[in-house]
Write a protein that binds this ligand. Sequence first.
Ligand code: ZN
Length: 57
Amino acid sequence: MTGKKVCPVCGESGLFYEAGGYIGAVYHCKNCGYVGSLIIEGDEEIIEEIRKKYREA
Ligand SMILES: [Zn+2]
């Protein structure tokens, strides 16, 4: 079972991959505006945990 790639801030799975940046691979989350090379790859349980924290923040 492979994990889904999601935003580390809000848990959104619709990440845009932006290649060619000066720091390498960069992901862009349209949901919360996060831009960075760090993404979370996990199962539904982990993703739901991130989403819960984001909603409560
Ligand atoms: Zn996000």
